[in-house]
Ligand binder design. Structure first.
Ligand SMILES: Nc1ncnc2c1ncn2[C@@H]1O[C@H](COP(=O)(O)OP(=O)(O)OP(=O)(O)O)[C@@H](O)[C@H]1O
Ligand SMILES: [Mg+2]
Length: 245
């Protein structure tokens, strides 16, 4: 079963007297463990789609399934629980808490919900993640003492701390220079392999798209391409894998 499936999802936003059709009917599947890029130019619907997958926004019509469960049947409380338990977020602007140091920023999501870890397990897990993202020497530093790439590393560890099955990242490299951006995506890919976390990130940077294993391209709110590098068929839109090497 796909970890995420969209079936003919549409999203319109009212804007004064007109309706903006941000997403015009998209269908695709994301498999568990995918490392997937949602690519497309500005205004193509990337953020709108990520927000619907992230349970921050709801479709106008169509259905989003998370692990086979249709989300339209869930109330706000169920959506909040599912979001907290299943999804980690990485933002373009890092969104770290300035007064907290690296360790405390990463720990923060664990203080919000209930979790089964003991204090010692929690500490070990946070330090493991800090080591994973290469920040062991920066553990007591505050965000304003870190570079952009280091801040995004903190954000990656923070997104992973609740052990989510899915991590969503909306243009995680947009505020980084291209070399640092590639390093950040490579780090996400390493964690994707090691922890089998499904990563979904949007970008309009072709070099970053190249690092993904599965690519969904959007234009004007529609899917124009949906292919996997290993050429296994992706459900939803027809695959165009023969054009890929
Ligand atoms: N809250 C909103 N109200 C009205 N229109 C919106 C809203 N959010 C998005 N849109 C419109 O929907 C379309 C898709 O927007 P979206 O933000 O999903 O694109 P995007 O691919 O993420 O673009 P970018 O690369 O610039 O971030 C655009 O035409 C946008 O203007
Ligand atoms: Mg966007």
């Amino acid at each position: 079963m796909a970890i995420i499936e969209l079936q003919d999802v549409k999203k319109t936003y009212p804007l004064g007297k007109v309706q903006v059709e941000a997403v015009k009917g998209v269908s695709f599947c994301i498999e568990r463990g995918d490392f997937i890029s949602i690519a497309g130019p500005s205004g193509s619907g990337k953020t709108t789609i990520l927000n619907m997958i992230g349970l921050i926004d709801t479709p106008t019509s169509g259905e989003v399934f998370i692990e086979g469960q249709p989300i339209s049947g869930l109330n706000d409380r169920q959506l909040t629980t599912l979001r907290h338990d299943t999804i980690g977020f990485i933002f373009q602007s890092f969104n770290l808490i300035p007064v907290l140091n690296v360790y405390e920023n990463i720990e923060f999501p664990l203080l919000l919900g209930k979790n089964a870890m003991s204090k010692q397990e929690r500490d070990d897990w946070i330090k493991y993640l800090i080591n994973e993202v290469g920040l062991s020497d920066w553990i007591r530093h505050k965000p304003n003492e870190l570079s952009g790439g280091q801040r995004q590393r903190v954000a990656i560890a923070r997104a992973l701390v609740t052990k989510p099955k899915i991590v969503l990242a909306d243009e995680p490299t947009a505020n980084l220079d291209s070399a640092t951006g590639e390093q950040i995506i490579e780090l996400m890919k390493k964690i994707n392999r090691e922890l089998d976390t499904t990563f979904i990130f949007s970008t309009h940077d072709a070099k970053i798209v190249d690092i993904a294993d599965h690519v969904i391209r959007l234009r004007d709110g529609l899917v124009t391409e949906n292919y996997r590098k290993d050429k296994t068929p992706a459900c939803g839109e027809p695959a165009t894998a023969e054009a890929r090497s």
